[in-house]
Design a protein around this ligand. Sequence first.
Ligand SMILES: [Zn+2]
Length: 280
Amino acid sequence: MENKKKGQNDSFYIANDQFKIDCKKIRIPKIGWIRLKESLNLSGKILSGAVSRIADKWFVSINLSMEITPPTFKNQDVAGVDLGVKHLAVLSNGEQIEGTNPHKNLLDKLRRLNKSLSRKVKGSKNWLKSKLKLSKLHARIANIRKDVLHKLTTKLVQEFDVIGIEDLNVSGMVRNHKLSRSILDMGFSEFRRQLEYKSVIAGVKIVVADRFFPSSKMCSRCGNVKSDLTLSDRVYCCNNCGLRLDRDLNAAINLKNTAVGSTVSACGLISSGTAKLVAA
Ligand SMILES: [Zn+2]
């Protein structure tokens, strides 16, 4: 959308009787018809709209009421998903999904822009210019991060019926400074948020393993727990049965097994006691 009222209001609400949407255009009171970059591809009763600005771009979010009929399961494909630092995610079928590290890549640029802003006179024309550049970069970083996670969570709910994930204690992990930047960049809590709402729409079950479930330390073949496994051990070597497997893949298979166990226990056959259902 064009920037019509820059600097006056960063967001405003519009009631459903105050605006019209026509394919790729929206009519807003006092402003008129404005071209949209994306068309509204959902049908339903329009309840309201909200216009907001991020950096120099204007966005409109439309609140719709829709009837959702979750699809029936075609099959019972189960996946375990291990979120990591080396890869964004490793699936129990062996698939590896790469993440981006937007902060790492754009950090230099961010530092330069911050420096150049601090050298300028606050409120001056050049200061305003630098400030806009900086907020555009922040928005870009946030968009890259969200986009990667949206692709992953959409793919997961499209391909699987039951998904086992870890209950990540992010605040505990962030205390480990070496890991903190990557973990924050990957946005684990955003991953969980997206997966949970998409699973409700798609009719997919999410099984969250217990916080103390040793998904990394347990052998996915014999169940032996290796308490001395460190973060630098990239390959899981089982002292009991001799299994050698990529560490993250081993964890993903354990999460899958937990999800399978919990689906069975939901039918009253076996009780695994290590997982809880958050969406059915
Ligand atoms: Zn083993």
